[in-house]
Design a protein. Structure first.
Ligand code: HEC
Length: 556
């Protein structure tokens, strides 16, 4: 057993004066250390409500007993410990630097230049003055709901049953929580990586990389100005004054080897987050890696994002083909075809989509059947659509490159025909005219007509950077990922934290940013897919890429 570091006491002493407090946030300062083992136990307690013994954490809440994940501190105070404001409820920050000093109570104190700010929950809580906590008072707050000034805390704050050892562990954890910037951040720089999987075509790859690099260049050119502005704030380095550096992590070989490649890449170059990135096949190993390393994976362009309940670090614009499957199921629930054919080629994202659709449709009692067509020759296609009648429906999970081959066979006459916009390339889907006349696109984006204004901003930006429009979705998504990143980093200013980046995305995603390809972007706590709906659309004419809505906005 290692000796317990007396970090809490050290922090109290350090924070005794305002001048010393400023030193605590200086980015070079080290967080108080916990041994790895104690940190892992404390984190499990804080985030998941499991005691070191393996027993669930227990507490008395306003309406009864709470246990395990329901009682976990992170559920309310969030993984970063920075708290949150939900409507008129304020959950205060409980990261050590907030607790071990007096609560700020003047406006000037909660301004961004202050080492405790800027933080909304903290700022709004300032009407209730409070003296600094020490360890004993903190234990009292957690067990008995009495704050450092002796006032009773709101009943919403549970009263915990914690023995002395577990309370000590928790307080050591709070003392170091969000105390220093995350890895990949220095006073002058923030390092980012963008991940490209080997299946991605050269055009899409370059389209994404060009946008992200151009965005980084613009940011870096602008930071000189920011730095001058930031001088007004004593001791503060605005995060926008840091240079952003981009590292391209090009993965090679089969997905089973990607994790080792990522481990090696981050060993050579620690990064704060992954920004954008692109894959047309699986993204599973990347998400797993990010989760394990507590590394934000910020809006990559992927057709089939992994779904893993409870994962925190990866956020996506939408659920991709899985969202399409849900929209399809919704539409068919009223249309009630005799049966549904799910047609796909040899493609991992399409296979994932079919699986998602089968699960979803099965729940709704719709009979569906998968037809795999690896070789797109006439006999195979003829076979795939054999016997399809007017009361049937067909969903094509086909890639753009596969679509022209459909010209060899007539579309199944009378059947309802649907097409995945994500896989087919949206309105640019190279469908033969006879198919186009009959097909409906399942379209998980805002309709082109309605997103014109939002896209005008993106196009104008591309134009001033000298970037031709080569792939609207890829370029718009890459741009939007960068804009959202800049917005959130700007809000954080000095103390750039990974957990907080994601939490800020949860409470207000697109505050100032355009929505680009999407109708609305928002996340709530625990949500990881920002755009939640789509349309059924049809082509205006068999020879035109113009799209018309064939349904209202559908949120399945
Ligand atoms: C169900 C939501 C919820 C959970 C879970 C929760 N808290 Fe709280 N906590 C609150 C609320 C709300 C307040 C503010 C109460 C008030 O201002 O009267 C609060 C206040 C506090 C305070 C006082 C902060 C101050 O500045 O005086 C501390 C310390 C605290 N919580 C620690 C914890 C710890 C440690 C855990 C986990 C063991 C935890 N909380 C779990 C909701 C929660």
């Amino acid at each position: 057993m290692t000796a317990r570091p007396r970090v809490g006491v050290a922090v109290v002493a350090l924070l005794a004066t305002a001048a010393a407090a400023a030193a605590v946030v200086r980015v070079s300062s080290r967080p108080p250390s916990l041994t790895d083992r104690r940190r892992a136990l404390a984190e499990r307690l804080y985030r998941h409500g499991l005691l070191p013994s393996g027993q669930p954490l227990r507490a008395r809440g306003p309406t009864g007993e709470l246990a395990g994940a329901d009682a976990a501190c992170a559920r309310c105070h969030r993984p970063s410990g920075m708290g949150v404001v939900e409507g008129d409820r304020i959950i205060p920050p409980i990261a050590g630097r907030f607790l071990f000093q007096r609560r700020a109570d003047t406006v000037a104190e909660v301004e961004s230049r202050h080492p405790r700010g800027p933080d909304l929950a903290h700022a709004l809580g300032r009407q209730r003055a409070r003296v600094p906590y020490d360890r004993d008072r903190l234990v009292r707050a957690i067990r008995d709901g009495v704050d450092a000034s002796g006032r009773s805390l709101d009943a919403l704050m549970p009263r915990y049953a914690l023995d002395d050892g577990d309370a000590r562990l928790l307080i050591d954890y709070l003392a170091q929580l969000s105390a220093a910037p995350s890895a990949g951040v220095t006073p002058q720089t923030i390092d980012f990586a963008t991940v490209v999987t080997p299946d991605v075509g050269a055009v899409e790859r370059q389209a994404m990389l060009d946008v992200v690099s151009a965005f980084f260049d613009v940011h870096n050119a602008g930071r000189e100005l920011e730095r001058l502005r930031a001088r007004r704030y004593a001791g503060a380095t605005a995060s926008s004054a840091r240079a952003w550096r981009l590292h391209v992590w090009q993965l090679t070989g089969p997905p089973a080897t990607w994790d080792a490649q990522l481990v090696e890449a981050v060993r050579r170059q620690p990064v704060f987050a992954l920004v954008s990135g692109i894959s047309t096949q699986t993204w599973d190993p990347v998400q797993r890696f990010c989760e394990r390393r507590a590394l934000p994976c910020w809006f990559p362009i992927v057709d089939l994002p992994p779904f893993a309940e409870g994962d925190f670090y990866s956020v996506y614009f939408s659920e991709g083909v899985r969202l399409e499957a849900a929209i399809l199921a919704r539409v068919l629930a009223t249309q009630r075809p005799r049966r549904l054919l799910l047609v796909r080629g040899d493609d991992a994202a399409a296979a994932g989509a079919v699986q998602a659709a089968l699960e979803r449709l099965g729940r709704d009692g719709i009979v569906a059947e998968e037809r795999v067509v690896p070789s797109f020759d006439r006999p195979a296609l003829g076979g795939a659509f054999a016997g399809v009648g007017a009361t049937d429906a067909v969903m094509l999970w086909l890639r753009a490159r596969e679509l022209p081959r459909l010209g060899d066979v007539p579309p199944p006459s009378g059947a309802s025909l649907y097409l995945s916009a994500t896989l087919a390339g949206g309105e640019r889907a190279p469908l033969p005219p006879a198919w186009k006349a009959q097909a409906r696109l399942i379209y998980p984006f805002e309709l082109p007509e309605l997103r014109r204004a939002a896209m005008a901003r993106v196009r104008a930006w591309l134009q001033t950077r000298g970037l031709p429009l080569v792939d609207e979705r890829v370029q718009a998504d890459a741009y939007l990922a960068c804009v959202l990143l800049a917005e959130k980093l700007d809000e954080m200013r000095d103390l750039v934290q990974r957990d907080e980046l994601l939490e800020r995305a949860e409470v207000g995603l697109a505050m100032r940013a355009p929505t680009a390809m999407y109708r609305r972007l928002s996340l709530g706590p625990g949500q990881r897919f920002a755009s939640k709906g789509g349309y059924v659309a049809r082509f205006a004419a068999p020879t035109s890429p113009a799209l018309l809505g064939a349904s209202d906005w559908i949120v399945p």
